[in-house]
Design a protein around this ligand. Structure first.
Ligand code: GAL
Length: 681
């Protein structure tokens, strides 16, 4: 479906579709006087913009009262954009309900776990389960779709905006009712629910469905399975909203693809996007760099995971920033080259669109200090020149459009349910950060110059010779079987501490840890050994562990010990193990080694699969390489991760971006990206 969208964006000289990468932004013309719109479209053309997302926060403008509608301004915007060859990803405008609606119906406002209302005044102040909100939102969606069905500018629908960004957890009475209905579907009987939730504990047994509540502020730790089910329910409730809007759009405009912008980035864990992906016609993502030592790795990781969620198919970068954001403690401007490198790293991982929040920097409102394509300084600015240069670059990369990612030998499994379950309260440690664990493995692979795909649970595991599943905490019996089969059939599984511990109801697999994976790994752990903050242990392979240790006993004669604890209470015992099984193996890393420790261990973990870096030794860690392939060829992206010039030797192919020198090397300036079409052999 993304190819339909791309082909609508631009036609070749003969009028035939000529797909190219999409380039644009959120466009909020309602914030500006009419004369500015003319300048907007002129500058959009200058920058090579071919798509904008319109009407995301326009509800109050489109529907100023319950029965008054004002489409005239939006008609004009749509026409103007079309006349200028710019496609519209039209929002359903339901993201931020207008004051008249919340005044008339305060019962749509979300409620915190303490019972406080979340008042209007910002945005997304609506309960995902409110029937009143749903009715008003769907009325608006129907009005939008009826009005713009057949409009030539319309190339895609943008449902709401970042569903769940601010309202994923709502503890209202509406939520309580919907939660009960959801629980009935999941557990069928009260007995089953009582069993799943372990309500024999602390006298929590329910004798009527109506007694069940969301996990509101309680005297002590709320029931863990109630918490986990509430997380599942909350993700599903928003997914239901997405579906409800989408059904109207499909009914009225069946040929127009529908998407909504996900937020695959750290800190956003409420929505199980792996599960949502099937609901949209193409995956779209928003990503913002959070400055820090691992920001480069994190951007790559999130783009990579987005590709994994999209099944390796092209996806749409709906939002990122040209420079500073406004919502961090200190909002850093991007340095020269970072705008393009950030954008192209997403393209390297399968994005067929590069869009920003937003087109023109606001003069008023909470986001007036957030960067945009046209800054406060205007078009005569380095920023706008960088934007225009990026537009040219994306035109040069047109052949890449539609290509998919070429599977890597290594996969990293990213599992929303384990993310949710492993970080719940009353655990052996509160210091565990699931996302950080996964990212550290990815960083270690990047530092070794080894390509890896980040894939959600449910993806085809057999594509990867090595599958790394950090902190795979929640393992239903089926998943344990899949992983066992994977290893027996020749895959090399690597997992870590606190994996395999609980089933889908957050009940411990008894008999010793790592529970569901115990047999496969050929080890047994009787008691966890988390470490206090700052405490470390040494291993006999010169690495250092933190956060966690395990008192491991090898239970299978085949279990090999790859490293032992040298210090700490488990000194002399196994720290890293591997058990060959069938044609593959299953390895276990019982402590947090950090990026450097993992980088030193990884060659031994990858060795049985024969995986090594495809990059020349001198640029490993400095350059990230990805490969996309499609009908137009195979494309190698080389991203200079550093602030220094780097030369990548031994490259052949046709340079779409950058140049191959006479010596066969690609010279990358600081923060540069090169893209090469590889020879077809
Ligand atoms: C996103 C949102 C945009 C804008 C942006 C600022 O979360 O969708 O509307 O607020 O962040 O970074």
């Amino acid at each position: 479906m993304i190819s339909t969208l791309l082909s609508r964006l631009q036609r070749g000289p003969d009028g035939a579709p000529a797909p190219r990468l999409a380039f644009g932004a959120d466009y909020n013309p309602e914030q500006w006087p009419r004369e500015v719109w003319e300048e907007d479209v002129r500058l959009m053309r200058e920058a090579g913009v071919n798509i904008v997302s319109v009407a995301i926060f326009s509800w109050a403008r489109i529907q100023p009262g319950p029965d008054t509608w004002d489409f005239a301004w939006l008609d004009e915007v749509m026409d103007l954009l079309h006349e200028n060859g710019i496609g519209v990803d039209l929002a359903t405008a339901t993201a931020s309900p207008p004051p008249w609606l919340t005044t008339a119906h305060p019962e749509i406002l979300p409620v915190t776990d303490r019972g406080e209302a979340v008042w209007p005044g910002a945005r997304q102040h609506w309960r995902p389960t409110s029937p009143v909100f749903r009715e008003h939102a769907l009325r608006l969606v129907r009005a939008m779709a009826t009005r713009y069905a057949g409009h030539p500018a319309l190339v895609a629908w943008h449902v709401s905006n970042e569903l769940g960004c601010h309202n994923v957890y709502d503890y209202s009475d509406d939520a309580a009712r919907a939660f009960r209905a959801w629980l009935r579907t999941r557990h069928t009987t009260l007995d089953a629910l009582n069993h799943a939730w372990g309500t024999a504990f602390w006298s929590q047994r329910y004798s009527d469905w109506d007694q069940i509540l969301p996990p509101r502020l309680a005297a002590s730790h709320p029931n863990p399975t109630q918490q986990l089910d509430f997380k599942r329910f909350s993700s599903d409730a928003l997914k239901e909203h997405l579906r409800a809007e989408r059904e109207i759009l499909r009914e009225l405009t069946p040929d127009v693809p529908v998407t909504t912008n996900f937020m695959v980035m750290p800190g956003t864990k409420g929505m199980n996007y792996a599960d949502w992906a099937a609901e949209v016609d193409f995956v779209a993502n928003d990503h913002y760099v959070v400055p820090g030592p691992r920001e480069r790795d994190e951007l790559s990781f999130s783009a990579n995971l987005t590709s994994g969620i999209a099944g390796g198919r092209p996806w749409f970068l709906m939002e990122h920033s040209t420079s500073a954001v406004n919502w961090q403690p200190v909002n850093l401007a991007k340095r020269p080259g970072e705008l393009a490198r950030d954008s192209l790293t997403h393209v390297a991982h399968g994005a067929d669109a590069v869009c920003f929040f937003q087109w023109r920097q606001s003069a008023a409102g909470a986001e007036k200090y957030h960067s945009a394509m046209v800054p406060h300084a205007g078009a005569d600015s380095d920023l706008f020149r960088a934007v225009t240069a990026l537009g040219d670059t994306l035109k040069a990369l047109a052949p890449v459009a539609g290509s998919e990612r070429e599977p890597a030998e290594v996969g990293i499994l990213f599992d929303w349910e384990s993310w949710w379950a492993s970080e719940q309260d009353s655990h052996p440690t509160s210091l565990l950060d699931y996302h950080r664990e996964a990212l550290e493995w990815y960083s270690a692979l990047l530092s070794l110059g080894i390509r890896a795909d980040v894939v959600p649970t449910g993806a085809d595991l057999s594509r990867h010779q090595v599958l790394i599943a950090p902190v795979l905490h929640l393992v239903p019996a089926e998943l344990a079987k899949d992983l066992t089969r994977y290893a027996e059939q020749g895959g090399h599984l690597v997992t870590t501490y606190f994996s395999g511990v609980v089933d889908e109801h957050d009940h411990v697999w008894l008999g010793g840890y790592p529970g569901a994976l115990r047999e496969l790994l050929g080890i047994r752990v009787e008691e966890f050994g988390p470490l206090p903050a700052g405490r470390t242990v040494e291993l006999d392979d010169a690495t250092t562990g933190g956060l966690w240790t395990d008192r491991i006993t090898a239970t299978s004669p085949e279990t090999e010990v790859l490293a032992r604890y040298r210090t700490g209470v488990h000194a002399g015992r196994p720290a890293v193990t591997r058990r060959p099984t069938g044609a593959g193996s299953a390895a276990y890393v019982s402590t947090r080694l950090g990026v450097d420790g993992l980088a030193s261990l990884l060659p031994r973990l990858l060795e049985p699969a024969g995986v090594s870096s495809e990059l020349p030794a001198e640029v490993r860690g400095l350059v990230e390489a990805t490969v996309r392939r499609g009908p137009e060829g195979r494309f190698l992206f080389l991203v200079n991760r550093t602030d220094d010039a780097v030369s990548v030797p031994g490259v052949t192919g046709e340079a779409l971006l950058g140049t191959i020198g006479a010596d066969g090397a690609v010279a990358l300036g600081p923060r540069d990206v090169a893209v090469l079409r590889l020879p077809s052999s």
